[in-house]
Design a protein around this ligand. Structure first.
Ligand code: GTR
Length: 399
């Protein structure tokens, strides 16, 4: 080994050791979680109990939304001067005639600056229109959503979704906020909403990705092939955090699907299992508003926990998917958050129930407005997960 290689070898060893030490610092032991008290879902900041849909919608829901804005994800500005949709490519005989492919450039302008989002979409040909659509907030790049279908990827299994009678769409998050702590602003933040960058509760990457999904829905509302009242916002992991926040913000989302969104997604932060607020805000500071950092190692002070985010989907639907090998995302913490969210669905007369213990691996739970599964295997979004999403959507839309 020459000196250069020796140095490289030594650096790899030191790096792995350090990584190991840091990872060990995360807790994976149920016995070490300790006691925690979740913030009250149905008690207002004025200590009034919420017992009706009206109190929830007028007081508590806006309060919770604002708390998530101010302390976790930042605001989501909605104003812009202009939005334009241009179908840049269309093929009515895609997938051997089974689907229509549309590629749409969505251009949004504000204060004379513009950003363009590139939406890819397949719509099934044989089904009565308009159709429901799975919209993926995709952080894995366009290669996973190949319009030519030469490259097929289980992360975005378009053929299977078309076969099931749904449209599938997606965009690359890079179009609006690159997933990089030094470059995330090179999209809508610098171009359209620079003032957000100055604010402690300003929009950051996750909020920008959800904002982008809302612009896709703006397009669906204009496309006769799509049923814009049946949009399913899907994201995996960091994308899942964004899809939950998107669904909470945008009432046009019928179902929010969180696939292994974990910490700051579907998992309860106070459980201190797997990834923590401290760790996530250090590694991915660009995902959240700066205010969130103060809660690292200080979760008890957070005025929210993630069950409240899931509850914001009521009376629409939320689906939480986990993987048994993905302890980093805390499957049990995700399950418990969903269970803790149920009282808000109940306010609407939706009597969904969940068992006290997490269901066994690979057993799906389909309630009327909530669903869950914990599949075997590792961190990923797979065709198996998609089959469960489709079953849940079929039940929810009564298809
Ligand atoms: C991890 C991160 C998780 C999750 C994941 C992903 O490194 O700690 O919160 O978002 O990346 O997006 O795959």
């Amino acid at each position: 080994m020459n000196t250069k290689n020796k140095f490289r070898f030594a650096s790899i060893i030191i790096f792995s050791l350090l990584l190991n030490i840091t990872l060990k610092a995360q807790n994976y032991d149920e016995a070490l979680i300790g006691e925690y008290t979740l913030p009250e879902l149905l008690v207002t900041q004025n200590k009034k109990e919420v017992t009706t849909v009206e109190q929830w919608e007028k007081v508590r829901r806006p309060e919770i939304l604002k708390l998530f804005e101010d302390h976790v994800y930042g605001q989501v500005p909605e104003d812009f001067d202009n939005i334009r949709f241009k179908v840049t490519h269309q093929d009515k005989k895609a997938m051997d005639g089974k689907a229509t492919l549309k590629q749409v450039a969505i251009t949004v302008e504000r204060n004379r600056n513009a950003v363009t989002i590139n939406l890819v979409m397949f719509v099934p040909n044989k089904v009565k229109k308009p159709v429901p659509v799975f919209l993926v907030i995709n952080h894995r790049g366009m290669k996973t959503m190949d319009a030519t279908r030469q490259n097929k990827d289980g992360f975005w299994p378009a053929e299977e979704v078309i076969e099931a009678g749904y449209a599938i769409a997606g965009f690359d998050v890079t179009d609006v906020a690159p997933d990089n702590k030094d470059k995330f602003a090179q999209g809508i933040l610098e171009e359209l909403y620079p003032e957000q960058l100055e604010m402690e509760n300003g929009m950051r990457a996750l909020g920008a990705w959800g904002w982008c999904a809302s612009r896709a829905i703006d397009y669906f509302e204009k496309d006769k092939l799509i049923d814009a009242a049946k949009v399913i916002s899907v994201g995996h992991s960091r994308g899942g955090k964004a899809s939950l926040w998107h669904g909470a913000q945008d009432k046009r989302v019928a179902i929010a699907v969180s696939n292994e969104s974990g910490n700051s997604g579907a998992a309860l932060s106070r459980r201190n299992f797997g990834e923590t607020v401290e760790r996530i805000t250090q590694t991915f500071p660009h995902w959240f508003c700066p205010n969130y950092r103060q809660y690292g190692g200080n979760e008890d002070k957070l005025p929210v926990d993630q069950h409240m985010l899931l509850a914001l989907m009521a009376p629409h639907a939320v689906y939480v998917a986990s993987a048994a090998g993905d302890l980093w995302a805390d499957p049990k913490g995700q399950f418990l958050a969903l269970k803790e969210a149920l009282p808000v669905f109940e306010l609407y007369g939706i009597r969904d129930t969940l068992p006290d213990e997490m269901p066994e691996v690979n057993r799906q739970i389909i309630n009327s407005n909530t669903g869950f599964h914990n599949r075997e295997g590792q961190h990923n979004m797979t065709p198996y997960d998609w089959q469960q999403f489709i079953r849940f959507a079929n039940a929810y839309f009564k298809l």
